[in-house]
Ligand binder design. Structure first.
Ligand SMILES: *Cc1c(COP(=O)(O)O)cnc(C)c1O
Length: 391
């Protein structure tokens, strides 16, 4: 074997950088985790009840979803073979897109390789130099990524502060050509909802296009239709993006919008054009899962109900989504709490900077339709006994 060439400057840079990260208790470890039945996960030989998956409806393990994935693989193979524009536009895309559009009540939808890729593609497809983005300060990393790629000027408004958003628009809008106002429908690390209706009104007043990232809203709020429906703003959000990898239980990202905008995004989104199509299994699974979201209202209502059972057991403010943060401040405290929960048989992952702002390290607890109420209450009890929650 030929020994690998070591670039000393590279290695010493990597070591110094990692020492900095370790000093801040911000080391990240990949831990092989087998999601057996989706709820009980196996890690390091231990079985834990997961309160950390985004599989809010348990659909990644639904027999119909698994069967559809297998069927798609048998029919079309394991990989797409090429970009959608070459030979990767599997017929299942059309079905998934039609379902998404129907669920959201838009002209159409376009499916991307992932939610991350969707955001990297959509924003630069619509905005460029001389344009403006006004976004919630807590918006997801890939919304920042897409924004920066677009070269538009970016201003952030205080989290969920629609007045601050309006203030920035009043000051900046006239100096720019086109403008997108960006928010998450349900915030991924805090579980709170954006004031979508209010933002839609403000955006409209300033001729700005509201863009919502519904990664954690689809399948969970607004009868599964997401944040615009939940906030009574149906038909008022021109750009509704989301993912097929959370409540839908599969993989892929999407944009739901009007026919003309869709056509433009299809022509300009580089992450769509220059990236291979999804594995057919992901499309088959998404199709079956979206069918369940459309038709099984009882299932869709469950994750929020479980989250609210948890918040009421701990006298916390009522959950607004399937995500409940338990704030701990220092990264060390969050890690210690996660460790203690693990010893009690629960998996609840600690979230630290840079994923969340400094001094807001936390446990991020997520709820699934598949959780037993008894386990939800036992987790609440355990947290109370750990004294990490002070009601
Ligand atoms: C998870 C997430 C994404 C990325 O979606 P993937 O399909 O996992 O790439 C985008 N936005 C938000 C708010 C998310 O939470």
């Amino acid at each position: 074997m030929v020994p690998q060439t070591v670039m000393h400057s590279l290695v010493s840079y990597a070591r110094a950088k990692m020492a900095e990260i370790a000093a801040g208790n911000l080391t990240r470890v990949l831990r092989p985790t087998a999601r057996g039945d989706g709820l009980i996960v196996e890690r390091g030989g231990k079985k834990l009840i997961s309160f950390s998956c985004n599989d809010y409806l348990g659909l990644s393990r639904h027999p119909k979803v698994i069967a559809a994935a297998i069927e798609a693989t048998k029919t079309y193979g394991a990989g797409a073979g090429a970009s959608r524009y070459v030979t990767g536009d599997n017929p299942l895309y059309g079905e998934v897109e039609a379902r998404l559009a129907r669920l959201k009540g838009t002209d159409g939808a376009i499916v991307f390789g992932s939610g991350y890729l969707a955001n990297l593609g959509i924003v630069p497809a619509l905005l460029g130099e001389g344009d403006l983005i006004v976004g919630d300060e807590w918006m997801h990393a890939c919304m920042h990524g897409g924004s920066r790629l677009s070269r538009a000027k970016i201003f952030l408004f205080r989290h969920n502060d629609a007045d601050h958003c309006a203030e920035i628009l009043a000051r900046e809008r006239a100096n720019h050509r086109h403008c997108i106002v960006m928010t998450e429908g349900v915030f991924s690390m805090d579980g709170d909802r954006a004031p979508v209706k209010r933002l839609a009104e403000i955006a409209k007043q300033h001729d700005a296009w509201l863009f919502t990232d519904d990664a954690h809203a689809l399948g969970v709020i607004g009868d599964g239709k997401g944040s615009a429906h939940a906030d009574g703003a149906h038909g008022q959000v021109p750009l509704q993006m989301g993912t097929l990898s959370k409540a839908v239980g599969a993989y892929g990202g999407y944009l739901c919008t009007d026919a003309d905008t869709l056509e433009l995004v299809r022509h300009r989104a580089r992450s769509l054009i220059y990236s291979t199509g999804l594995p057919p299994a992901a499309l088959g699974a998404a199709n079956a899962a979206l069918d369940l979201i459309e038709t099984d209202a009882e299932l869709v209502a469950k994750p929020l109900a479980k989250a609210q059972l948890f918040t009421s057991a701990l006298n916390l403010p009522a959950a607004e989504s399937a995500i409940v943060p338990v704030m701990l401040g220092e990264p060390k405290r969050a890690l210690a709490a996660a460790q203690q929960l693990e010893e009690a048989g629960f998996m609840v992952v600690a979230i630290r900077p840079p994923t969340v702002p400094e001094d807001t390290s936390r446990l991020r607890v997520t709820f699934s339709a598949a959780h037993d109420d008894a386990d939800v209450l036992r987790l609440a009890e355990t947290l109370r006994n750990l004294k990490v929650v002070t009601p």
